[in-house]
Every structure is written in structure tokens, then in C-alpha cells.
Write a protein that binds this ligand. Structure first.
Ligand SMILES: Cc1cc2nc3c(=O)[nH]c(=O)nc-3n(C[C@H](O)[C@H](O)[C@H](O)COP(=O)(O)OP(=O)(O)OC[C@H]3O[C@@H](n4cnc5c(N)ncnc54)[C@H](O)[C@@H]3O)c2cc1C
Length: 465
């Protein structure tokens, strides 16, 4: 182990510490970059291991790569391995997999993906940022040609290539979470007939039923067939091995291409095998500094985080959390002090022109958490009714009956709707009541909102309820 660590203010270090980062995307490289901001290369040696072919990439952009709104994979990469090396003196080892962690010896075993060559790497600080694994249904036929995951940039590029070169006519998307609906949108825009097959009664299960129904209706109006309450039971291939149809509990759906958008689970296997604690959701347990234990840190999709309203630990796979948590870990690794304040479950997406936002707890989550709440739904417009482009917007608020404190908000509406959820997220963060929100000084001009924004109108109505 290294000894005393110097700091920029404290003169030269006695020994250079070694940080090993496992996972070269949002959480891992945010941590590495932040640690480097705080400590020079003669204070901290940073080695990052990435088994794939890219660092700091935007998986969030995959649907738009498939849809052709983004032309190349390169546009989805915010920093390449050579940029990390030259600008930040971070030794990024690509196509290098961490195969095990020995916490007693403070060593990581590594394997070069292509050559199979193995080695060990000692560390003083370890950052685990292995992300999440896509869920795959346990059904026959997943190996048929034309069945694609949608987790990596390779997946995205392969789907795009297949859509452009093989010219499939019918797509089946399995799963109706935000990745499923985004993939359905872009495949439809590419001219395919699209069917979304769900096990749930509605798409976007994190919404209340009345709001999910609005999304489902919007998808149907766009021409997407939505098959609900129908778990997939198998995928059938033609004699040439190419996918032919998807069979679900309520029927069979012809398909030339199948996209698996069934969600993810934390990839915590390495940490678990090393003896680190894993929570009920399957993510590594970290404290508010993102520490698993002394000198071992973790962040992003492989971890659990705390919900600010319920105090419960949960896994939410979002890039926005992974980046922030990675930065927190990096600050602490670099000798600073930072804590992650938890999450509210804020998320947005869109399908066609319909935008969706949610924050806080849904009605079901409120019930599970034991709150007693009232709900308020208001239909309004995104702009002054007379201004061109005004679209309908439905806003739902859930507030605690006794105190009026906001507990959750959901928005479904036309262009300009979804980002309004951030006002409610800020209100939730600050434990505001619906009456507080109704009195907030929000902006107004006809191209942007009616005189009273839907955010205000709904809060006002809720405060009177
Ligand atoms: C299609 C799609 C759309 C999305 N859209 C959004 C969005 O709109 N908004 C949002 O907030 N989030 C979105 N996300 C989620 C977001 O991309 C993830 O939450 C984020 O990438 C998590 O970052 P991470 O660093 O924790 O994990 P990852 O990005 O999964 O990175 C983990 C890295 O670790 C590597 N790795 C794993 N194990 C090892 C090992 N043993 N050795 C070496 N390397 C290893 C992996 O190859 C991977 O590169 C989307 C995801 C997808 C797939």
C-alpha cells in the first residue's frame, strides 16, 4: 500500500497512490476525471479498465443513432481513450476486463479480451463502475438472426445497419419502458411497422394508469401497435435462422427484426464475488460518499441509491445519476469531501410528439410508502391557446393530504411539456407544498405558456383540493 498522500497545497507526495477504475463510461470516467482534477499524476496514478471499445459514450443516444438523427457512433463519444491519456494522464486500457477483485491483497485480476492474456493490477483505491446488464427474457429463440439488444453502441450500430441494409418491414419491440418507447418511435420513423409487446397493462409503468393511458393512446395514434398484458413466450425463426415472429401470451406478431428493451439490472457480480455488500435491488451498497468500504468506491448503474422521499435504497439506471455519483466518488478519492444527496426518480422521455415527465412517487409508490395523498389532474396547453403550436398537456400532482407537501408529479403532453417536470422536481427537493408551488414566480409569454403555466394551475387546483 502507498503511504502519505500529498496534495496540490501540501507539497510533493511521499508515494504515488494507485487508483484502478473498472468500467470506462459515465460513472467510472467521471470519477477518474474528478480525481485527476484534484490530484496530479505524481500524486495519483489512474488506470481505467474497459472491456468494450469505447469510453465516455452516450448510450442515451442509441435510439437517435438508430433513427438517423445522429449519423455516426463517434458523435456519441464525449472523450476517447487517447484524449484521456493525453489531456488527463489517465491510462485507459481498452478491451481489458476485470475478472476478479482480491480486496485483501488489493489486486484486480485482468484479462485482455482479444488475446486472453492475464495479469494482476495492484491498487490503493478502487472504483467499481460496471454498469447494468440488459434483461433478456427466458424464452426460446433469442439467438435468431435479427434479435437485438439495445444496451451498447455496438447494439445501436448493428440495429441501424440492419434497418438500412436488410430493409426489414416489421419490427417487434419487447418492453415498454423508456428505451422501448424510444426505439418504437425511431423504428416507426424509419418506415417500419412497429408492434410493442408488453407484460404490463400499459407502457411506462412508472406512470399512474391514467397518465400511462395517455401515452398508450398517443402511441396508437402514431401507428404503433401496443400489445399489453402479454409476456413474450418465444421467438420463432425461419429455416434460414432469421427471426420470423414473436409469440406472446395473447398472440403471435410477425417480425423481421426484434429489439429487446426490457430494462436492466445492476451488474454487481464482481463486487459481490469480492465480498462487497449487495442490496435487495441487486446493486452494490454504498454510503453517501459512494464508498463500499475504506478505499473501495462504486457508482452508477451497478449501485443502489437512496430515494429522498422514502429513505429506501433502490436501483435506478440513469446516466444523470451515474455522472453525478461518479463525480462524488472522484472528489472523495481525490482527498475532498462530497456526498450524494439521493434521488427523486425524475425522468423524461418522448414518443413522437408526445413528451413524458415524472418525478417523486407514483400513486402506487405512495401507497406502498404509507402516505395518504390526494391527486389533481389538469388539462391545459403548452402555449397561450391562440399562439401557433399550442399543444395539450396533462399535469398530475400527488400531494400529502394533511400537509399539502408535494409527493409526486407526472406530465404527458405535446412539445414543450416534459421539461416542466423539473420545476416540480425542484419543489420536491425543497419539500415544498402545492400552495408554495402555486405562489412561485414562474415565467410567462404567449409562445411559452398560457398566462398561468400548467405547473401553476395544477398546483393551485391541488392547493384548493
Ligand atoms: C438505449 C439507452 C437509452 C438511455 N437513455 C437515457 C436517458 O435518456 N437518460 C438517462 O439519464 N439515462 C439513459 N440511459 C441510461 C444510461 O446510459 C446509464 O444509466 C449510464 O450509462 C450508466 O453509466 P455507468 O457508468 O453506471 O454504466 P455503463 O454506462 O453501463 O458503463 C459501464 C461500463 O463498464 C464496462 N464494464 C463492465 N464490467 C466490466 C469489467 N468487468 N471489466 C471492464 N469493464 C467492464 C462496460 O463495458 C461499460 O462500458 C440509457 C441507456 C440506454 C441503453
Amino acid at each position: 500500500m502507498s503511504s502519505a498522500r500529498g496534495s496540490k497545497a501540501g507539497g510533493r507526495p511521499v508515494t504515488v497512490e494507485r487508483l484502478v477504475v473498472i468500467g470506462g463510461d459515465a460513472a467510472g470516467m467521471s470519477a477518474a476525471s474528478q480525481a485527476r482534477r484534484l490530484l496530479d499524476p505524481d500524486e495519483l496514478e489512474i488506470t481505467a479498465l474497459e472491456r468494450g471499445g469505447w469510453t465516455s459514450y452516450s448510450a442515451c443516444g442509441i435510439p437517435y443513432l438508430v433513427g438517423g438523427l445522429v449519423d455516426t457512433v463517434d458523435e456519441l463519444i464525449s472523450r476517447t481513450p487517447s484524449e484521456f491519456r493525453s489531456r488527463q494522464h489517465i491510462d485507459v486500457r481498452m478491451r481489458t476486463e476485470a475478472t476478479s477483485i482480491d480486496l485483501d491483497r488489493a489486486e484486480v485480476s485482468i484479462r485482455r479480451v482479444e488475446s486472453g492474456e492475464e495479469a494482476t493490477l495492484g491498487f490503493d483505491q478502487l472504483m467499481i463502475a460496471t454498469g447494468a446488464r440488459p434483461l433478456r427474457p427466458d424464452v426460446p429463440g433469442l439467438d435468431a438472426t435479427g434479435v437485438y439488444g439495445v444496451a451498447t453502441l455496438d447494439d445501436g450500430w448493428n440495429i441501424r445497419r440492419a434497418v438500412v441494409e436488410d430493409k426489414p418491414r416489421r419490427a417487434v419491440v419487447l418492453g415498454g419502458g423508456y428505451i422501448g418507447v424510444e426505439m418504437a418511435e425511431v423504428l416507426l420513423e424509419r418506415g417500419l411497422d412497429v408492434t410493442v409487446v408488453l407484460a404490463d397493462p400499459l407502457p411506462l409503468a412508472l406512470l399512474d394508469e391514467d397518465m400511462g393511458e395517455r401515452v398508450c393512446a398517443a402511441m396508437t395514434r402514431m401507428g404503433i401497435e401496443v400489445v399489453t398484458c402479454s409476456p413474450v413466450t418465444g421467438i420463432e425463426a425461419a429455416s434460414d435462422g432469421g427471426v420470423r415472429r414473436v409469440v406472446s401470451e395473447t398472440g403471435a406478431h410477425d417480425a423481421d427484426i426484434v429489439v429487446l428493451g426490457l430494462g436492466v439490472k445492476p451488474d454487481a457480480d464482481l463486487g459481490r464475488a469480492a465480498g462487497l455488500a449487495v442490496g435487495d435491488s441487486g446493486g452494490l451498497i454504498v454510503d453517501e460518499r459512494q464508498a463500499c468500504r475504506d478505499g473501495v468506491w462504486a457508482a452508477g448503474d451497478c449501485t443502489e441509491t437512496v430515494h429522498r422521499l422514502t429513505g429506501k435504497r433502490l436501483s435506478i439506471a440513469l446516466g444523470t445519476h451515474a455522472n453525478k455519483q461518479g463525480r462524488i466518488a472522484g472528489t472523495n478519492i481525490g482527498g475532498g469531501m462530497a456526498t450524494f444527496p439521493g434521488v427523486l426518480g425524475t425522468a423524461i422521455t418522448k414518443v413522437g410528439k408526445t413528451e413524458i415527465g415524472r418525478t417523486g412517487l407514483s400513486s402506487r409508490e405512495i401507497e406502498q410508502a404509507g402516505f395518504v395523498a390526494d391527486s389533481t389532474v389538469v388539462e391545459s396547453t403548452t402555449r397561450a391557446g391562440y399562439y401557433p403550436g399550442a399543444a395539450s398537456i396533462a399535469t398530475k400532482l400527488l400531494h400529502e393530504r394533511d400537509t399539502g407537501r408535494l409527493l409526486g408529479a407526472q406530465i404527458v403532453g405535446g412539445p414543450g411539456s416534459a421539461k416542466r417536470i423539473d420545476v416540480y422536481a425542484a419543489a420536491l427537493w425543497n419539500e415544498m407544498t402545492v400552495a408554495d408551488i402555486a405562489g412561485m414566480d414562474l415565467s410567462y409569454a404567449p409562445p411559452f405558456s398560457p398566462t398561468l403555466d400548467p405547473v401553476t394551475i395544477t398546483a393551485r387546483k391541488a392547493a384548493r383540493a
